[in-house]
Design a protein around this ligand. Structure first.
Ligand code: AHR
Length: 662
């Protein structure tokens, strides 16, 4: 099976699930007998009473969403569809990263970094291509390998651009002084698409080109070359190439990854971090003003996960990402603390950062007659964005100086004064001001996650609301295995049951480029390389849970005691009265089959659909090579007799019932 056909079959199987047709190709393996304690548990039927007319609380309409930051090549080499790596010609001791000289036949040339000339104040440097000998049959230039390859597909138009200038020798060469741009297959060495750019001059200018493929085999084993057939010197910067993007946005996002996110039904996007917001040092924070406007005016920045960020995914791109997937922005603003214990004392010294945050909020929400609203309009987005939540900092419990109480209070006062309706999130409990929302983070083992699935059952309903802004079961590299998915699903039943107080929750990290040395974090939700992508088992939990969520929490009781079952059975029930639906999620994290009796009262349960995730073993998982190993299956519901249902939940299974109710 080729990678493409694997991807296609995974998508087909899932389309079968959502369309409600019989499943093909999926695999359910009954769990093996497990530990004695599991066996003992299996003997007992767990009775759960579902009181359809008893509402325990409202489900937060924003419950499921996404958390994102530049880590694991999440944007550069990930969602952000740019194909050229190091397009702005950063260099180190070895030369200009990712760029190598190319000479054909007897051509002679060298490339080097030139710090004295560049296309803009933000990009004052360039790559200098000095060609001593070249002609039409012996080209010279440079090549770029992309982010672990460049995805090329048949009959596709790729749009590119670069900034360049040339010297007199190059421009006065006989023939037409042109730059040839080609996508070249690594294996065959053949061009799969080519274009010619003419009209270079002695001064910096931007040039565009298009590369159109014909009937090529889809492959990531390609690189880009820029070559010339004349002696002389040419300087380049911001060499860019994009495939077709989601919603055809210029400077946009990878289609496959956006489609995967859309299937999760995310209601919000928390950005830009995470550690990426803070940076190791103040100067390395996410400086939003340097991430807007034309790419040539974005200087790029050093970020805490070990590679330079292009900032192609800038503030407006985050917002447009929200717009494309109908998500609300949860805007995290820099709050005067960076991770190397660089902190700014509350008071006058903090004021510039408060002002920076106020300007940022104005850029997001302001009308055209405000300073920063006008800037957004100039950047191409006339309409203001809706903003409800602003998060002040990230993980400020790590600030050993204890300055967060004062910093939060200062930001809170200034933002509330100008934007009283905004809900302000604190990253850790604070003294002095009562935050609207607190952001809790959890990275834990499967056992710890399951044991704490009832974490919010007893949370004070009069305190701040809760945002579980980052959470994950850390088991499985680079993406969670099925044991992690069981724990993640168990955890989410607790989140749903408490979604009157938990207003938002987001798994983290969201993305990982699985290519060698591309990642910095072990367990991540969605994996990809230059051309393929896949959802981990926990990704599929999110697709199922996010796609089957009511508006109200239904009261339940069970012989298992607390809703977490005190053992390996976890469940939550929500209903949507307007749709006449009840959604039951049941996680059997034990190895043995678990008998469950569901007793419905206060209404009549009717037709039901059942979606189930199981795996051959708890260490099983999905991968680039096998993206569809673990996928939800639609299963016929049996054991239904009026309002009493008897269900046998297979060992190691996650089940979602969608029930019509009257
Ligand atoms: O998700 C990875 C990191 O974990 C985030 O950047 C940070 O907020 C947390 O410590």
């Amino acid at each position: 099976m080729t990678n493409d056909s694997r991807r296609l079959s995974a998508v087909m199987v899932w389309l079968g699930v959502v369309a409600g047709v019989a499943m093909i190709g999926g695999r359910v393996v009954r769990a093996q007998s497990g530990a004695a304690s599991d066996q003992a548990g299996a003997a007992k039927t767990v009775v759960i009473e579902v009181n359809l007319d008893k509402v325990a609380g409202k489900v937060s309409p924003t419950l499921y969403g996404l958390m994102t930051e530049e880590i694991n090549h999440a944007f550069d080499g990930g969602l952000y569809a740019e194909m050229v790596r190091n397009r702005t010609m950063w260099r180190n001791w070895d030369g200009i990263n990712q760029w190598v000289v190319v000479t054909e036949g007897n051509a002679a040339a060298e490339i080097s970094g030139d710090e004295k000339t560049g296309p803009s104040e933000a990009l004052p440097n360039s790559l200098q291509l000095k060609v001593d000998r070249a002609d039409a049959g012996n080209l010279a230039g440079m090549r770029n390998e992309g982010y672990w390859g460049m995805a090329v597909r048949p009959s596709t138009t790729y749009r590119g651009s670069f900034y360049a200038k040339a010297d007199k020798a190059f421009l006065s060469a006989s023939g037409r002084p042109a730059v040839n741009v080609s996508l070249v297959n690594d294996v065959t060495g053949k061009e799969v698409a080519t274009a010619t750019v003419e009209g270079l001059s002695r001064t910096w200018a931007r040039y565009e080109y298009e590369l159109k493929t014909r009937a090529v085999t889809p492959s990531a084993a390609n690189h880009l070359t820029l070559t010339v057939g004349h002696p002389g010197t040419v300087w380049f910067n911001l060499v860019s190439l994009f495939p077709p993007t989601f919603a055809n946005r210029a400077n946009g996002n990878r289609v496959d990854l956006m489609e995967k996110l859309a299937a999760m039904h995310p209601q919000f996007l928390r950005f830009p971090g995470g550690n990426y917001l803070e940076g190791d040092h103040v100067s390395e924070r996410f400086q939003w003003k340097k991430t807007i406007g034309p790419l040539v005016d974005r200087p790029t920045h050093k970020q805490p996960w070990g590679y330079q960020s292009t900032d192609g995914m800038g503030l407006l791109e985050f917002l447009e990402w929200c717009e494309d997937l109908h998500m609300r922005p949860v805007l995290a603003v820099y709050a005067g603390y960076s991770m190397a214990q660089d902190f700014t004392k509350p008071g006058p010294a903090l004021e510039p950062y408060v002002a920076e945050a106020l300007d940022e909020i104005e850029y997001v929400t302001g009308s055209a007659d405000t300073r920063w609203g006008a800037e957004r309009v100039k950047d191409g987005h006339a309409a203001p964005f809706d903003l409800t939540y602003v998060e002040i900092g990230n993980e400020d419990e790590f600030d050993k100086s204890g300055s967060y109480d004062g910093r939060y209070a200062q930001f809170y006062a200034a933002i509330k004064k100008q934007y009283p309706a905004l809900q302000l999130i604190a990253t850790t409990p604070v003294k002095g001001v009562k935050p609207d929302v607190i952001d809790d983070h959890y990275y834990r083992s499967a056992a710890a996650m399951m044991a704490d699935a009832g974490h919010y059952d007893k949370t004070d309903r009069n305190g701040p609301k809760i945002f579980v802004g980052e959470w994950a079961t850390i088991e499985g590299v680079p993406t969670p295995n099925f044991n992690a998915a069981l724990a993640d699903a168990a955890w989410l039943t607790g989140i749903e049951r408490n979604s009157d107080i938990v207003v938002m929750a987001a798994y983290a990290p969201l993305f990982v480029n699985v290519s060698p040395q591309a990642s910095q974090w072990g367990t991540n939700l969605i994996g990809y390389d230059a051309i393929e992508s896949y959802g981990s088992p926990t990704y599929w939990v999110h697709v199922l849970f996010g796609g089957h969520l009511g508006t109200e929490i239904v009261a339940t009781t069970g012989t298992a005691g607390a809703a977490t079952g005190g053992g390996k059975l976890f469940y939550s029930v929500t209903k949507d009265a307007a749709k006449g639906k009840v959604y039951l999620k049941m996680v059997n994290a034990g190895s043995a089959e678990q008998a469950v009796e569901l007793d419905f009262s206060g209404g009549t349960a009717g037709r039901a659909s059942l979606y189930r995730l199981t795996a051959a073993s708890v260490t099983d998982t999905n991968s680039i090579a096998e993206p569809g190993r673990i996928l939800p299956k639609k299963i016929a519901v049996s054991g239904v007799s009026r309002n009493t249902w008897k269900q046998a939940l297979p060992g190691y299974s996650i089940s979602v019932f969608e029930v019509d109710v009257k």
